[in-house]
Design a protein around this ligand. Structure first.
Ligand SMILES: Cc1ncc(COP(=O)(O)O)c(C=O)c1O
Ligand SMILES: [Zn+2]
Length: 364
């Protein structure tokens, strides 16, 4: 059985209720007592849809581009042996496709014909791509300063691009009005997105020969990876596949680190960062993320723009072309010592940010 449940007042809603938030204003999570069973993985499919049985979709309205396992590559970064999970190789150029594939399949299942979404760029591009495939009209709200590559993608996929002046927060505010009447395919509010992002954990588990690593390093803004990782690992613990959480290493920009500031009861001091994807001043799910960080004994790391730039150029020199947000996790590796083996999640393609990367090269 699956239910939607408010994180704050615990009110419950049917799983197919098209609400995006609780009557109290709180965000919703998917609650289930279903166990997962890797015997039910669909071996005919080589990507995230092989875990369809672990996802609360109830029709065959799957919207897919034939997503595959993303590579898990062993390499040495700053003298440390790591596995790099190349999620930037997804069809739209970011890991967000995991979440969009499931969320837009759900929208299709619900008979939705139009959605709205707000994003720092990648989620919007990804949602727009899956909507193009599903024949669903999409209004995508993004900050006017977003990388041109991401804006071009949203437009090319035929979505209506709504540019909002000001920071990412202003964009979130603008979309809420539109979401009063149109299905809100939010990668932050809508919990079906996390049902997709959680699949990177299952893939790593299979790719490492049915085990998880000691550490998983990931960028954290609104927390779609962190919360997805938590959901997947919790299901795996409850179903007897693992006995403890891996150490989640959550990376934020020094210029925008709301989780560390909240943990230390300090006010947020914000300045612009090249890691645009994680420049989220007031993450909606901040309390949920802090709870996860405490419960799983996760590490919180902040990195400077300068370290991100050097990290980006350094891994690009090794053949990994990733965008600045994604390079934050490489920068984090420089300054932390991790015990055991480590998977580093590379989330976004450098092809989205050619202009910014050219600038970095010219000024390095
Ligand atoms: C490339 C990339 N990595 C990581 C993130 C962080 O994801 P989240 O905000 O869900 O934590 C984003 C978000 O847009 C992103 O674009
Ligand atoms: Zn509520």
């Amino acid at each position: 059985m699956y239910l939607l449940k408010c994180y704050f007042c615990e009110r419950e809603y049917e799983i197919n209720d098209p609400v995006y938030k609780c009557a109290c204003g709180g965000f919703l999570d998917i609650i289930t007592d279903e166990k997962i069973n890797f015997d039910f993985v669909n071996d005919k499919i080589k990507g995230l849809w092989r875990y369809e049985k672990f996802i609360p979709l109830f029709s065959n309205k799957r919207v897919t581009f034939g997503e595959c396992f993303t590579p898990l590559v062993e390499d040495v970064i700053y003298g440390k042996n790591v596995y790099l999970k190349l999620d930037y190789l997804f069809p739209s150029g970011s890991y967000k496709d995991r979440g969009s594939a499931v969320l837009i399949s759900k929208a299709k299942e619900l008979g939705v014909s139009k959605i709205v979404e707000d994003s720092s760029g990648n989620a919007g591009a990804s949602i727009a791509m899956y909507c193009a495939k599903a024949n669903i009209e999409a209004d995508i709200y993004v900050p006017a300063s977003t990388s041109k590559g991401k804006l071009a993608q949203v437009r090319a996929f035929g979505a209506n691009l709504k540019l909002v002046e000001g920071d990412r927060q202003k964009t979130s505010e603008a979309v809420l009005k539109a979401a009063e009447n149109i299905y809100y395919a939010s990668h932050v509010y809508n919990p079906f997105f996390f049902e997709g992002t959680k699949t990177f954990i299952f893939e790593i588990y299979e790719q490492l020969g049915y085990r998880l690593p000691d550490n998983i390093v990931m960028p954290v803004g609104n927390g779609t990876l962190l919360i997805g990782a938590y959901i997947a690992c919790k299901q795996m613990i409850e179903s007897g596949y693992i006995d403890k959480f891996p150490k989640f290493v959550c990376v934020q920009s020094e210029n925008c680190a709301p989780l560390s500031e909240m943990l230390n009861a300090r006010p947020l001091i914000y300045s612009e960062t090249i890691a645009e994807g994680i420049a989220i001043k007031n993450p909606l799910r901040a309390l949920q993320m802090l709870k996860i960080i405490k419960e799983t004994n996760a590490a919180l790391v902040t990195v400077s723009d300068n370290d991100i730039k050097n990290a980006l150029l350094s891994v690009a020199g090794m053949g990994y072309y990733i965008e600045p947000t994604s390079a934050s996790v490489i920068a984090a590796l420089k300054n932390i010592d991790l015990v055991g083996d480590t998977v580093v999640e590379l989330t976004g393609s450098g092809l989205k940010a050619n202009d910014k990367i050219s600038y970095l090269i010219e000024n390095s």
